[in-house]
Design a protein around this ligand. Sequence first.
Ligand code: SF4
Length: 312
Amino acid sequence: MLRYMNTYDFPPYRPPNEAESALIRITRGCPWNRCTFCFMYKDIRFETKPLEEVRKDVNTARQIYKAADSIFLGDSDNLTHKELPEIVKHIRKTFPEAKRITAYARAKTIIKRKMGFLTDVRKAGLDRLHIGLESGDEVVLDWLCKGAKPEEMVEAGLRARQAGFEVSFYVLSGAGGRNRWKEHAINSARVLNAAKPDFIRLRTLTLKKGTPLKKKLESGEFEITPPLERLKEVRLFLENLAVNKCSLASDHVTNYLWAGGTAVYRGITGDLPEDKKTMLQMVDKAIEFVESTEEEVKDSNRLYEEGYFTAL
Ligand code: SF4
């Protein structure tokens, strides 16, 4: 793969669970690019790649990846590409062995797209959409500048499922800050209960230099949710979740908490509703530890400041 690093158009970001996937870029950047916590595509002008260019990339991808069980399509909002059904068909033909093709999608774009387009994309072979919910709380969504209301997040999830996609929602733990973690937890669970996703994935808000939210932190307008409150937020969120046949994962290093150089909490993972009790016990154990330890408990923000994380 290394010999293609300078010649193949690799998407710069992918979900953690797509680490083993073949990567194919359909669009570049983000058409919204305004979320106050996001740093991912700030220097990239959004564009949809011409069909012929994507076809060539797919053929090159076949040479790079000797076998592809799963394929992820970059960048942040591929449903904006009008020729996505043709592209996905070509990928399926080129990678007949692929068991899964997934892509990021913005809630607003899912709502805007006609149901016929969504079902065409699904029938062509795109299986799963990763949607950034971040929060189900209207106030939090506003200050994140997410560009979608809680009810639109629900609508997007339901429409995607109606079109036949598996739906994976990302929740940004800590997004409510010190002063709104309860509302963030309860309302995020409420939206997910209504949207009925197949997967919920937690990441923790980690403020990177230069982002608008980091500037608000520096000016005192925003306060990071401290480790203990963040664990309580996760607990309250989980308590309020009432979803079925849904996998919950904390598959990102930002969810970890450290004390004395060791990870003392790695997030919760399990199937809902059956693993709820076990996951609650895991969070309770972490809360007990944080409340009783004399060590300083560090989160991803602290480690980022200390220079341990460069890319998140
Ligand atoms: S979080 Fe997603 S929608 Fe928001 S700016 Fe970043 S890539 Fe775009």
